[in-house]
Write a protein that binds this ligand. Structure first.
Ligand code: SF4
Ligand code: SF4
Length: 138
């Protein structure tokens, strides 16, 4: 059963800034993120997605660069049956405690942005935590 959840109102909210005009969609950030987090083939905490459509000559193409949005009211959080997901009061980062994750993948289904990523080797779901364990943040 999902947990009862009172939204956390953090003292500050960290977020990413991405200038899509300057981005050429090379995906170097995606690979750097995978490398930093030691991810196997498959899961991507940061994703550069190419969108194409239309009919010639009225065609369009653009890219979206996205990771977890560390939402104000995360859709993923209340779906977790073990309480593995939490939002930090100090900076608003939404994180998953991998020692509590049982791999049910409910958070993956609940997130409207596709941020939680199934790790087929670890058999748990993981996602961007703004590198808080990688010495960028306390
Ligand atoms: S995983 Fe999805 S719903 Fe949860 S905080 Fe990130 S973007 Fe929001
Ligand atoms: S996959 Fe893990 S983090 Fe996600 S809802 Fe299930 S137990 Fe919680």
């Amino acid at each position: 059963m999902a947990q009862t959840y009172e939204p956390v109102r953090p003292a500050k909210q960290l977020g990413f800034v991405h200038n899509n005009v300057d981005c050429i969609g090379c995906r170097a950030c995606e690979i750097a993120c995978k490398d930093k987090n030691g991810l196997p083939p498959g899961p991507r905490f940061r994703r550069v997605m190419q969108i194409e459509g239309g009919l010639y000559p009225d065609v369009y193409a653009y890219k979206i660069n996205m990771s977890c949005n560390h939402c104000a009211e995360p859709a993923c959080l209340p779906t977790c049956p073990t309480g593995a997901i939490w939002k930090r009061e100090s900076d608003g980062i939404v994180d998953i405690d991998s020692t509590l994750c049982i791999g049910c993948r409910r958070c993956e289904a609940a997130c409207p942005y596709g941020a939680p990523q199934w790790n087929p080797q670890a058999k748990i779901v993981q996602k961007c935590n703004m590198c808080r364990r990688n010495r960028c943040w306390p």
